[in-house]
Design a protein around this ligand. Structure first.
Ligand code: PEP
Ligand code: MG
Length: 923
C-alpha cells in the first residue's frame, strides 16, 4: 500500500488567532452568514432562529479552514478550547455527556462550503461511540443492542474510510480496493453465510461480531488501531472534513463550478438523533416544490426505522411523503401524511416557513426519533430545466421574488435542456460512456452508425435514424449531415465545420472525440476496446460530449412551453444587448425570429453553395472559380447572380424590418473545386475545355495555407467583379422588396479585413453599384450600412482607421481566436485537450472568449473604433456569440448585439439579461 504521511492536525501550536471567534453555536450563528459559517452552518442557525427543532450543535468557521491551509495544516490558537466549550453547551442542551458510559452524547461532523458542493466532501456520523459508551447507549435505547452495534459498524466503516484512509492521503493500490470496500465485502459475506439479504436481518450478536472483525481488519490494513477515545474521534472527523476541501473530487468540482479555493469549508458538529430507533422513528428528504416538474407541491420520501444514508443509498424503496409524491413505484407504500399525520403537518408548516424566508425551493433533511421531529438540514434544492423555469415564473406571480431574481434563477444550461430532446437521465445514469469528445451540438440522439455522407442520405431515406461518424467532415458531407440524426467526429474543435453546421441546425453533435478509431473503408469504429460496425446503435449526449453504446431511452423536453415564452419576454425586458442570429436561409431566418432574434448578425453568402438545392448555384460558382479571364468570369457571375439575389431576397423578406448583415464571399475558392470525376467532366464540358486543362486550373488554385490565403476581401480586391455581383444582388433584392412595400435593411459586411485601404477599395464598388441600382429602380435611397468584420488582430489595432470607412464592426471571434492564438481552429483537437488537462489553458478559447488576450483585442478595437466614429455599431458573429460567459463579456465591453445560431437565441436572451442584472447588482 502506498502511504503518504498525514498532515499534522494537532491544535494548540503557538499560532496567531488567539481571541478570535472560531466557533459559533447554532444559537449564536444567526445573521453571521454563509461566508463564515458555510451554507449548512448558516442555514442551521437560521432554523434555530425561527424556532425549528434542530438538534443542538455548533459550526467551526471557514476561517479555520483558511488558517489550516496557510499554516501547514494546523489549527489556530484557541480553537481547541472553543470546541470543547461548545461541546459542553451541547451536553447541557441534550442532558447527555460526550464519552459518558451511562448517558452518552453522539455527534455528527459535516462539511459545509459557502456554496453547496453535494457529495464532494466528507461526513462522519455516530462519533462518540466507544467500547465504554456502547453499554450505556444500549441501556438508553431500551436494550436495543441491534441499533447500537449497527451504529458502531457504520462509524467504523465511515471513519476508517474518511479519516484514517482518505484524509491521510493513502491511495489504495490498483489491485486492492479501499478500506470501505473491504469492510463492505466482509459484511456481505456475513449476510451470505447467514442466508439473509437485508442489513436489517443481521442480529445484535452478528453486528457485534462484525464490529470486532472490522476493527481487526482496519488495524491490519491501515496499521493503526481504530480510536476508542471520543475526542480523538471528534478531532479526526474535523480534520478529515478540512482535508476533504482539498480532496480530488472537491478540487475538480470547484474548477468546473468556478468556486474559489480560498473560500474554504466550515465544519458543523451536531448531536445525533436517530431515525433507526424503532417503528416510531424515521428519516426522510423533502423538497418544498417538485424538483423534476417545478409544481408547487410538497414532495419527498421517507423510510421508517432508518438512517439518512439509507434513503440516499437506495437499498430500500423509500415511501412517498404524501399523496402528491405517489407514483406507480411507491403507490403501495404508506405515506408519512398517513402514518404520522401530526408530524407531517408540523413538517409542512416548517417547509412553508423556510420557503418564505429563503424565497426559493428548499431541500430538507429530517429525522423522527421516537415520535419527535428534528430538522437536520435545509438548503436551496437542485432542479432540472423544466422545473427551474416553472418555479421562477410561479414564484414571480406569487410575488415571492422580483423579475430580476426570476431571471437569475434559471441557468443557461437549464434553458438549453428545454430546447432539445435529451437522453432520459435515469437511463444515462446507468450507462458508462464509451468515449468523450467536445459537446458541439446540444441534446441527445440515439441512432445507427453510418460512415459516409452518402450512406447517411440513403439510410435516412429508408426512414432510419443514423449517426454519421467521420474522422472529420468537410463541405461535401453536408447532405449527409443534414440527413443524419446526429454527427460524431474524431477530429476538429468547437468551431470546426461539423460543429458549426450542426449547431446551426440545432443538431446533436460531438466533435474532436480523439478516443475513437475510425476505419471508414472497413466501416468500423472502435472505442474503449469495443468494435462497432455499420448499423450498430450508439447514443450521443451532445450537451456533455459523451458517447454511449446502444440505444438509450430519449425524452422530449421541447414541448411547447408557454411559460418559457413568458420567461424569455421577461429576460427581454431587462437586457441591454440586442440578439441577432447567424442564418443563411429564409427557413433558418424564420425559425430564429420565432426564437426571438431581432435581426441577422451573419448571413454567410457561401452557404448557398452547400447542401440541399445547391447543385445549380454551385456549378456556376465553380465555373466562375476556374475561369481564366475576366470575361469568362463575368459570364459565370451573370449566371450566378439570380441565385444569389433570390437567396438574399428571401432572407431579407423573412427578416422584414430588421437588420440583416450580409457578408461577401469569405472562404478560399479552392474549397469549392469539384473532386468527383463526373462533376469534373461536366464542368469541363460546359466550359468547353479539356479535363486536363480544368484540373490544371484547379491545381493553380492550390494554396499551402488557405485559411490565410486568397480569401475574404482579398478575393474582392483581385476580382472586383465578384464583389460587384454580390453587392448588386443585395441592392436589387432590397429595391424589389421596397417596391413591394417592405422595409429591408441590409448591412454589407466585408470579411478578413486588416487594412483600411481594403475597405476603401470595396466601398468604391459598393457606391457605384448603389448609384446604379437606385437609378434603375427609381428610388430615392436604399437604407443600408457598410461595415467590416474584425477577425484579424491587426484590424483591431487599426480600428480607428477602419471606422473612418466602416459604419459597423462585427467581431468574427472564430478567426480572431485562430489568428490571435495562432491555433488552427480545425486542428485544435490534437493539443487543446492536453493543454486543458495540464492546466496550460483554463478552457477551450474557441468555446468561451479568452478575455485576457482576445478580449483585450476586442476592447481595443471598440475603444479605437468608437473614438473615430461615435455611434459605431458593434456586434459579434463568431460562435462565442451564443456562449453565456462570452455574452456577459460582450455586454461589459459595450457591444450593441450578439449573434448566434437560431437554436441558441433563447439562451443568448437569458445570458444577456443576466449580464445586465449582474452589472446593476454590482453598482
Ligand atoms: C468568424 O471568424 O468568427 C466568423 C464568424 O466567420 P467564419 O466562422 O465564417 O470564418
Ligand atoms: Mg471568419
Amino acid at each position: 500500500m502506498a502511504r503518504k504521511s498525514g498532515a499534522s492536525r494537532e491544535s494548540g501550536n503557538a499560532q496567531p488567532g488567539a481571541g478570535k471567534k472560531w466557533v459559533y453555536s447554532f444559537e449564536e450563528g444567526k445573521g453571521i452568514g454563509k461566508e463564515i459559517l458555510g451554507g449548512k452552518g448558516s442555514n442551521l442557525s437560521d432554523m434555530v432562529g425561527f424556532g425549528l427543532p434542530v438538534p443542538p450543535g455548533f459550526t467551526i468557521t471557514t476561517d479555520v479552514c483558511t488558517h489550516y491551509y496557510k499554516n501547514k495544516r494546523s489549527y489556530p490558537e484557541g480553537l481547541k478550547e472553543q470546541v470543547e466549550d461548545a461541546m459542553k453547551r451541547i451536553e447541557k442542551d441534550m442532558g447527555r455527556m460526550f464519552g459518558d458510559p451511562e448517558n452518552s452524547l453522539l455527534v455528527s461532523v459535516r462539511s459545509g462550503a459557502r456554496r453547496s458542493m453535494p457529495g464532494m466532501m466528507e461526513t462522519v456520523l455516530n462519533i462518540g461511540l466507544t467500547e465504554k459508551t456502547i453499554p450505556g447507549l444500549i441501556k438508553q435505547s431500551g436494550g436495543n443492542g441491534r441499533f447500537v452495534y449497527d451504529a458502531y459498524r457504520r462509524l467504523i466503516m465511515m471513519y476508517s474510510d474518511v479519516v484514517m484512509e482518505k484524509a491521510e492521503g493513502i491511495e489504495p493500490r490498483d489491485d486492492e480496493s479501499g478500506i470501505r470496500k473491504q469492510l463492505e465485502k466482509i459484511m456481505s459475506d456475513m449476510k451470505k453465510k447467514k442466508g439473509v439479504t437485508s442489513d436489517t436481518d443481521l442480529t445484535a450478536a452478528d453486528l457485534k461480531t462484525l464490529c470486532g472483525i472490522f476493527k481487526a481488519k482496519v488495524k491490519d490494513v491501515l496499521k493503526k488501531e481504530f480510536p476508542d477515545d471520543p475526542y480523538e474521534q471528534l478531532w479526526g472527523g474535523i480534520g478529515a472534513v478540512f482535508a476533504s476541501w482539498n480532496g480530488k473530487r472537491a478540487v475538480s468540482y470547484r474548477r468546473i463550478e468556478g468556486i474559489p479555493d480560498e473560500w474554504g469549508t466550515a465544519v458543523s458538529v451536531q448531536s445525533m438523533v436517530f431515525g433507526n430507533m424503532g417503528n416510531d422513528s424515521a428519516t426522510g428528504v423533502a423538497f418544498s416544490r417538485n424538483p423534476a416538474t417545478g409544481e408547487n407541491k410538497f414532495y419527498g420520501e421517507w423510510l421508517v426505522n432508518a438512517q439518512g444514508e439509507d434513503v440516499v443509498a437506495g437499498i430500500r424503496t423509500p415511501n412517498p411523503l404524501n399523496e402528491d409524491t405517489k407514483s406507480e413505484h411507491n403507490r403501495h407504500l404508506q405515506s408519512l401524511e398517513n402514518a404520522m399525520p401530526k408530524i407531517y403537518r408540523e413538517l409542512l408548516a416548517y417547509k412553508d416557513r423556510l420557503e418564505k424566508h429563503y424565497k426559493d425551493m428548499q431541500d430538507i433533511e429530517f429525522t423522527i426519533e421516537k415520535d419527535r421531529l428534528f430538522m437536520l438540514q435545509c438548503r436551496v434544492g437542485k432542479r432540472n430545466g423544466v422545473a427551474a423555469v416553472r418555479m421562477a415564473m410561479e414564484m414571480l406571480s406569487e410575488k415571492l421574488i422580483a423579475k430580476e431574481e426570476a431571471v437569475m434563477r434559471v441557468t443557461p444550461e437549464q434553458l438549453d435542456e428545454l430546447l432539445h430532446p435529451i437522453i432520459d437521465p435515469r437511463a444515462e445514469m446507468e450507462a458508462a460512456a464509451l468515449a468523450k469528445g467536445l459537446p458541439a451540438g446540444p441534446g441527445g440522439a440515439a441512432g445507427q452508425i453510418v460512415f459516409t455522407a452518402r450512406d447517411a442520405v440513403e439510410w435516412a431515406k429508408q426512414g432510419k435514424k443514423v449517426i454519421l461518424v467521420r474522422e472529420e467532415t468537410n463541405p461535401e458531407d453536408v447532405e449527409g449531415m443534414r440527413a443524419a440524426h446526429a454527427i460524431l467526429t474524431a477530429r476538429g474543435g468547437m468551431t470546426s465545420h461539423a460543429a458549426l453546421v450542426a449547431r446551426g441546425w440545432g443538431k446533436c453533435c460531438i466533435v474532436g472525440c480523439g478516443e475513437l478509431h475510425i476505419h471508414t473503408i472497413k466501416k468500423e469504429l472502435s472505442a474503449a476496446g469495443k468494435t462497432f460496425r455499420e448499423g450498430d446503435w450508439i447514443t450521443l449526449n451532445g450537451s456533455k460530449g459523451n458517447v454511449y453504446e446502444g440505444k438509450l431511452q430519449m425524452m422530449d423536453a421541447t414541448e411547447e412551453n408557454k411559460m418559457l415564452h413568458e420567461f424569455l419576454k421577461i429576460c427581454d425586458s431587462v437586457r441591454k444587448l440586442g440578439i441577432r442570429t447567424n442564418a443563411d436561409t429564409p427557413e433558418d431566418a424564420k425559425k430564429a425570429r420565432q426564437f426571438g432574434a431581432e435581426g441577422i448578425g451573419l448571413f454567410r453568402t457561401e452557404h448557398m453553395f452547400y447542401g440541399k438545392g445547391s447543385d445549380e448555384p454551385l456549378f456556376r460558382l465553380r465555373k466562375m472559380i476556374v475561369s481564366k479571364t475576366e470575361e469568362e468570369r463575368r459570364r459565370a457571375l451573370d449566371e450566378l447572380f439570380p441565385f444569389v439575389k433570390r437567396d438574399i431576397k428571401g432572407t431579407l423578406d423573412a427578416m422584414d424590418g430588421m437588420p440583416v448583415v450580409i457578408r461577401l464571399l469569405d472562404p478560399p475558392l479552392h474549397e469549392f473545386v469539384p473532386r468527383e470525376k463526373a462533376k469534373v467532366e461536366q464542368l469541363a464540358k460546359d466550359l468547353n475545355i479539356s479535363v486536363e486543362e480544368l484540373e490544371k486550373r484547379a491545381e493553380d488554385l492550390h494554396e499551402s495555407n488557405p485559411m490565410m490565403g486568397h480569401r475574404g476581401v482579398r478575393l474582392g480586391v483581385t476580382y472586383p467583379e465578384v464583389s460587384e455581383m454580390q453587392v448588386r444582388a443585395i441592392f436589387e433584392a432590397a429595391a424589389e422588396l421596397m417596391k413591394e412595400g417592405k422595409k429591408p435593411y441590409p448591412e454589407i459586411m466585408i470579411p478578413v479585413v486588416c487594412n483600411v485601404k481594403e475597405l476603401q477599395n470595396q466601398q468604391a464598388i459598393v457606391k457605384n453599384v448603389y448609384d446604379e441600382v437606385v437609378a434603375k429602380y427609381k428610388l430615392k435611397s436604399i437604407a443600408h450600412m457598410f461595415g467590416t468584420m474584425i477577425e484579424i488582430p491587426r484590424a483591431a489595432l487599426v480600428a480607428d482607421k477602419l471606422a473612418e470607412v466602416a459604419e459597423f464592426f462585427s467581431y468574427g471571434t472564430n478567426d480572431l481566436t485562430q489568428m490571435g492564438f495562432g491555433f488552427s481552429r480545425d486542428d485544435i483537437g490534437a493539443f487543446v485537450p492536453d493543454y486543458i488537462r495540464k492546466g496550460v489553458l483554463p478552457e477551450d478559447p474557441f468555446q468561451s472568449i479568452d478575455q485576457e488576450g482576445i478580449g483585450e483585442l476586442i476592447k481595443i478595437g471598440i475603444e479605437r473604433g468608437r473614438r473615430a466614429r461615435k455611434g459605431l455599431e458593434v456586434g459579434i458573429c463568431g460562435e462565442h456569440g451564443g456562449e453565456p460567459r462570452s455574452i456577459e463579456f460582450c455586454h461589459k465591453v459595450g457591444m450593441d448585439y450578439v449573434s448566434c445560431s437560431p437554436f441558441r437565441v433563447p439562451i443568448a436572451r437569458l445570458a444577456a439579461a443576466q449580464a445586465a442584472i449582474k452589472e446593476e447588482q454590482k453598482k
